[in-house]
Design a protein around this ligand. Structure first.
Ligand code: SAH
Length: 370
């Protein structure tokens, strides 16, 4: 059975052509799937019955199964999805005034082993399929759509206005499936998001940044986290392969084709590790030739991480030094911490194995490790 969520428009057009169907039929199906959130071929009323029957026989529209739905006190919502073989991934919806951001996972686990990240600690399981990546958006839209209709019948606005690939995994290590999913996000027959509102976040895999620039330029965020190679080698092993000088050059090349005229540098603030005045000055020097904005992320603790969050005053001073040198620096508000939905806390735990129940009993990371 084909899962039509695996298909971007070009792939669907190719498949319809093999079936001897006209291109406009593929576009209709795309719209039913992604505009209407429809997974039932019988409900696609403007499609001929014979084609519907054929589609039913050959294909399905299947998002990952929902295991858990947690709502944080601050409105952040986290979903846990089953991706088979006891693997689960997490998706987080962050509502803010005037926009709603969906944070999507691209891999089950992660192989990059950044020292400060909970996802890295669980190791790498596998790449998500295109259908599993786009399925997170598809299902979130359905779940939020239903919720909005309950709360406010007049709210027909777009609930998810931005997508960030900042969940579990390294998007550029799952390049082909991620790019196909990006194309569906951007396609007017599907989600129609602007390239500026779709962000890929990467540890800095240099050749893949160049490929993304060629194949599907969207907004780029780079996890920097250290101003020099010695410290970055230690925090992010990928740096040994693609050191800072190469990474900065790749960012400059990316900007030639990017939908935004800056790269976002993410910088996790870890107490006593990368948060001194000297680190801030070195960062300013490092990024002098790259138009950029900094997003400082207060370290989100998880058990046995061995790190602590920089004090608020230290973060303010660090941001102040960047701002004084003319670099825009914002500090990310920590959200969803009470449901372990904050950056670096996504571990995709399915269940507490110490309990007998087969259903998901887990609500917070604290429960997993206690
Ligand atoms: N692999 C990609 C996508 C993950 S995005 C990347 O690294 O960019 C998740 C962001 O949260 C990254 O910037 C990551 O470095 C950061 N992060 C990881 N662990 C964190 C933690 N414990 N606290 C705060 N931020 C963390």
């Amino acid at each position: 059975m084909f899962n039509l969520l695996d298909y971007d428009l070009d792939a669907l057009l190719a498949w319809f052509s093999e079936l001897g169907e006209k291109p406009f039929r593929a576009r209709q199906v795309m719209r039913w799937m992604h505009h209407e959130g429809c997974d039932d071929f019988d409900a696609m009323t403007n499609i001929a019955k014979t084609l519907r029957a054929k589609l039913k026989e050959l294909a399905q529209i299947r998002a990952p199964a929902l295991l858990q739905d947690s709502l944080s006190g601050d409105g952040t919502r986290k979903w846990l999805f089953d991706v088979g073989n006891a693997n689960a991934v997490e998706t987080v919806f962050i509502p803010e005034a005037g926009r709603g951001t969906l944070c999507v996972s691209s891999q089950a686990g992660c192989s990059l082993d950044c020292a400060f990240c909970a996802t890295g600690k669980q190791g790498f399981n596998r790449n998500l399929t295109t259908g599993e990546i786009i399925g997170q958006l598809w299902l979130a839209n359905r779940l939020l759509g239903a919720a909005a209709a309950d709360d406010n019948e007049e709210d027909n606005g777009r609930i998810i206005s931005n997508v960030v690939l900042m969940g579990m995994g390294e998007p550029l290590a799952n390049f082909d499936n991620v790019v196909a999913a990006l194309r569906v996000m951007l396609d007017d027959h599907a989600y129609g998001l602007s390239r500026r509102r779709v962000t890929v976040s990467t540890v800095g895999i240099v050749p893949a940044i160049d490929r993304l620039r060629e194949e599907c330029p969207v907004a780029l965020a780079v996890s920097l986290h250290a101003p020099d190679d010695a410290l970055r080698d230690h925090l992010m092993p990928i740096n040994r392969k693609y050191p800072l000088r190469d990474l900065m050059a790749a960012c400059q090349r990316y900007l030639e084709r990017a939908p935004r005229d800056f790269v976002t540098f993410e910088y996790v603030m870890i107490d006593g590790v990368n948060d001194s005045d000297a680190h801030a000055r070195a960062l300013i020097a490092l990024t002098r030739d790259v138009p950029c904005k900094f997003n400082l992320i207060p370290f989100n603790p998880f058990p046995h991480s061995g790190f602590a969050r920089s004090p608020a005053e230290r973060i303010r001073r660090f941001a102040g030094l960047l701002l004084d040198s003319g670099v825009v620096a914002t500090t990310r508000k920590t959200r969803g911490g009470d449901v372990a939905a904050a950056c670096g806390q996504l571990a995709g735990q399915v269940r507490d194995k110490t309990r007998r129940s087969g259903v998901c009993t887990l609500h917070t990371m604290e429960e997993v490790f206690s």
